[in-house]
Design a protein around this ligand. Structure first.
Ligand SMILES: Cc1cc2nc3c(=O)[nH]c(=O)nc-3n(C[C@H](O)[C@H](O)[C@H](O)COP(=O)(O)O)c2cc1C
Length: 171
């Protein structure tokens, strides 16, 4: 059975591709619950008018969402305030057990939250593939001692998506 007539947009920024895969997975989870859902790179979204619910996600680079994701919130903030918005992020701080790094994570989206409140925020460990990075970025990763590998937990991502959909249904 199809869900009520809500249209969902999943938009993402990604540099090395892992957050694009997370967004694709979130879209798939939403589809499985029989919602109408569109996936788009944040750079390719013309308008959010047609959607009731928007998931917006980006990796964290040097403590912040990628610029185009933040810009998307800035540009569309008035209309987004009238929608149900969900934020998600990928980052490597969550792939460590360093208390300081873990404590930083809830602060990453402080600015975006001050513009448009989200119903819920998904925070996921991401991926570092040194082979995909420039020399400069590899150096940065070594300096901050971020772990290398794929730390995405698909079950956690699915759970968050399903919890988020329940929040929509409850409204
Ligand atoms: C140059 C660089 C800077 C990064 N800065 C941070 C950071 O400040 N905090 C953090 O938790 N993760 C940081 N990361 C990890 C990324 O958020 C993580 O690798 C993410 O999964 C990349 O997503 P993408 O494949 O979609 O680009 C950084 C990664 C790189 C390569």
């Amino acid at each position: 059975m199809n869900q009520p007539q809500v249209k969902i947009l999943v938009v993402y920024a990604s540099e090395a591709g892992s957050t694009a895969e997370v967004a694709t997975y979130i879209k798939k989870q939403i589809e499985e619950e029989k919602y109408e859902v569109v996936l788009s790179n944040v750079k390719e979204v013309d308008s959010v008018n047609d959607y009731d619910i928007i998931f917006v996600g980006s990796p964290i680079y040097v403590g912040k969402w990628k610029k185009e994701a933040t810009k998307f919130i800035e540009t569309n903030q008035e209309i987004l305030k009238s929608k149900q918005v969900f934020y998600f992020l990928t980052c490597m701080n969550l792939a460590t057990d360093d208390h300081e790094k873990l404590a930083q994570v809830p602060k990453f989206l402080e600015y975006e939250r001050s513009l448009v409140e989200s119903v819920s925020e998904g925070r996921f460990a991401g991926v570092i593939n040194m082979k995909k990075l420039s020399f400069f970025k590899r150096l940065m990763i070594k300096m901050v001692k971020a772990p290398e590998g794929d730390f995405r937990n698909w079950e956690e991502i699915a759970n968050w998506t399903n919890q988020s959909l329940k929040l929509i249904k409850d409204k």
